[in-house]
Ligand binder design. Structure first.
Ligand code: SDX
Length: 429
């Protein structure tokens, strides 16, 4: 009997089974040999919302939820936020190592020179109402990109794959800025290849009549750090969507569009928008106790708090909270910041939240910074989707290269009706 195994007795038959344990897990398919009878399908594992199921092996991002640790390819998020750039971090996530100076220069050059999109995408934009939500527009635009690059269906070919990855990382800011300018009824601003990734994004968002837009260095760096923090987060809801859709071997544009759609949800990437609306609804510190009461009665949710994995303070939230002060030195101070800080203080002392291990997550403070930078709340999840595209593509690529991966097709526990006779409409009750 090997040490690394589980011995299971099926009390229905008295049979004993040995299940190998690898990387702290058993293979769900090993359960199929546990049968109550010869024609039994065999046991399955039942895990709604994948609360305790690993769907893949991954070497990209490591999270220790109890200790509040987050590392990209082994590098602590704190070090990357302080010393790296978003494009360098994107390269690390995708290719596993920090790039040499020469490789980084080539990577930045490639991304910089793929920021333009086909002019026909502007006709897609024209079809949206003036008040269309930017995330709804972004889902459509990313999916539409796939129609311009039919060769992208060959995701297995490394060079084809690399070009699509560069295109998607390069064009997300352009599409995101298009949605913002559309919502304002402003003419689209085109990329400026002399600016950094985040500087060019700010240019496409905020350029007005000046001949050349000059991004504020503090805001340019703040956006760089926020993009690094949001770049990947192992098997979150939207990454699971990208891996699952990508497992059908659809092109990466459609797979990433699925990720954008999942990220739009208020429980996921839409949470930073929901945090701002929550803080605006609370309004002032003196109304916090009443809101906390509503949360405890189940009539409200403390958005920006809680996490499926972190049962400690989200390390990204700590960095963003520190960044808030630096950002507000160059923008107008956000009157909601004191409300957010008091809400956090009260929640961290309240048994209801402490007992449920609910701490601030990445979304609790990010919205305050985005708002201070001049973004409308509807743009917040879009600002999450841009950097997360690097993580989604790294995870998609890892899935494509994983010999164990196949098309994702979960099983079910059928609890519906047995066979029934068809009932003519005149005899139906
Ligand atoms: C992101 O997965 C990722 O990595 C995501 C992300 C990433 O980088 O990709 O980190 C980004 O999505 C961050 C999370 C943003 N979402 C929010 O801030 C929305 C508010 N938080 C939640 O709705 C909730 O905490 C989740 C969705 C984040 C996690 O939910 P779980 O793991 O399914 O936990 P749960 O809903 O089962 O809650 C457990 C208990 C419940 O209470 P009881 O039923 O046991 O009494 O905690 C309560 C919940 O009611 N609870 C909350 C709460 N979050 C959980 N109660 C009040 N306010 C909250 N925010």
């Amino acid at each position: 009997m090997t040490a690394n195994s589980l011995t299971v007795t099926d009390n229905r038959t008295g049979k004993v089974y040995e299940l190998p344990i690898e990387l702290g897990a058993i293979r769900a398919t090993d359960l199929r040999k546990i049968k109550a009878s010869a024609d039994d399908f065999g046991l399955m594992s039942y895990d709604p919302a994948f609360m305790n199921t690993a769907a893949c092996r991954s070497a990209i991002t490591f999270i220790d939820g109890d200790r509040g640790i987050l590392r990209y390819r082994g590098y602590p998020i704190e070090a990357l936020a302080e010393r790296s750039t978003f494009l360098e971090t994107a390269y690390l996530l995708l290719y596993g190592e920090l790039p040499t100076g020469e490789r980084l220069d080539d990577w930045v050059y490639q991304v910089t020179h793929h920021t333009w999109v086909h002019e026909n995408l502007k006709k897609v934009m024209d079809g949206f109402h003036y008040d269309a939500h930017p995330m709804g527009m972004l889902v459509s635009l990313v999916g539409a990109l796939s129609t311009f690059y039919p060769e992208a269906k060959n995701g297995v070919d490394v060079e084809t794959r690399r070009l699509q990855i560069i295109r998607l990382i390069a064009k997300m800011p352009t599409l995101a800025a298009f949605t913002y300018r559309h919502s304002l009824g402003m003419p689209l601003a085109y990329p400026d290849n002399h600016l950094s990734y985040t500087g060019n994004f700010l240019n496409m968002l905020f350029k007005a009549t000046e001949a050349k837009y000059e991004p504020h260095p503090t805001l340019e760096r703040a956006l760089e750090v926020l993009f690094i923090l949001h770049a990947d987060h192992e098997q979150n809801c939207s990454t699971n969507a990208v891996r699952s859709v990508g497992s059908s071997r659809v092109d990466p544009y459609c797979a990433v569009a699925a990720g954008v759609a999942a990220l739009f949800g208020p429980l996921h990437g839409g949470a930073n928008e929901a945090v701002l609306r929550m803080l605006q609804a609370i309004g002032t510190k003196d109304r916090i106790p009443d809101f906390i009461r509503q949360v405890k009665e189940g009539r409200a949710r403390l958005m920006g708090f809680g996490h499926r994995v972190y049962k400690n303070y989200d390390p990204r939230a700590k960095i963003i909270k520190r960044m808030a002060d630096e950002t507000f030195e160059v923008t107008r101070p956000n009157p909601l910041l004191p409300v957010a800080r008091e809400l956090e203080r009260i929640a961290l002392e309240d048994e209801y939240f402490v007992s449920r291990k609910l701490y601030p997550n990445v979304d609790f403070y990010s919205g305050l910074i985005y708002q201070a930078m001049g973004f409308p709340v509807e743009m917040f999840p879009v600002l999450f989707a841009i950097p997360r595209t690097a993580g989604w593509l790294a995870q998609w690529q890892e899935m494509i290269d994983d010999p164990e991966q196949k098309i994702a097709r979960p099983r079910q526990l059928y609890v519906g009706q047995g066979e029934r006779e068809y009932v003519p409409i005149g005899l139906r009750g």
